[in-house]
Design a protein around this ligand. Structure first.
Ligand code: FES
Length: 161
């Protein structure tokens, strides 16, 4: 017997996938875009989402998993409401990125790849954010911050509810 809460969750997932797949006329070539839409909607791609996409789009589930696990844009685990990316690329490294990461980790009380228990933040490191001259750089929900001070960081994280 399936618990009621699970049944509701599956129904919600099924409807969301149906909408995403339908918005691309069930075009299998749009698999990545469909997954991007679902990632945006749920914040991550659960097993249920990937299975539904496979079934509704008619693409083998192994292919769906292959795509979802290959691209960094997708997460197969729940992520926080706010994604904090600290750049550890070479240009940022020489400008103090490791120290910046230490400060960010201390403020958020998290290590890279972790998500806070309240699902507020996920901390990630990246190899380049494409603005090397501004380093060290962090991005919070896609908004870049150049050479943030500890005070700046506290303000940035306080604003993110
Ligand atoms: S190395 Fe950090 S933005 Fe390029």
């Amino acid at each position: 017997m399936v618990p009621i809460t699970r049944h509701k969750e599956l129904t919600k997932v099924s409807r969301a996938v149906k909408q995403a797949v339908g918005s691309y006329q069930r075009d299998q070539d749009m698999l990545i875009q469909i997954l991007l839409d679902l990632q945006s909607m749920f914040g991550w791609l659960s097993e249920e989402v990937l299975t539904e996409v496979s079934e509704q789009l008619g693409v083998p589930v192994t292919r769906v998993y292959q795509i979802a696990s290959y691209y960094k844009a997708f997460s197969l685990v729940p992520t926080g409401r706010h994604i904090v990316k600290v750049c550890l690329g070479t240009a940022c490294q020489v400008r103090g990125a490791p120290q910046l990461l230490n400060v960010v980790s201390a403020i958020l009380k998290m290590k890279p790849t972790e998500t806070s228990a309240d699902m507020r933040f996920t901390l990630e490191t990246v190899n380049c954010l494409g603005c090397c001259a501004m380093g060290p750089v962090i991005a919070v929900d896609g908004i870049y911050h150049s050479k943030p001070s500890t005070s700046d960081l506290r303000t940035i994280f306080e604003v993110a509810k």
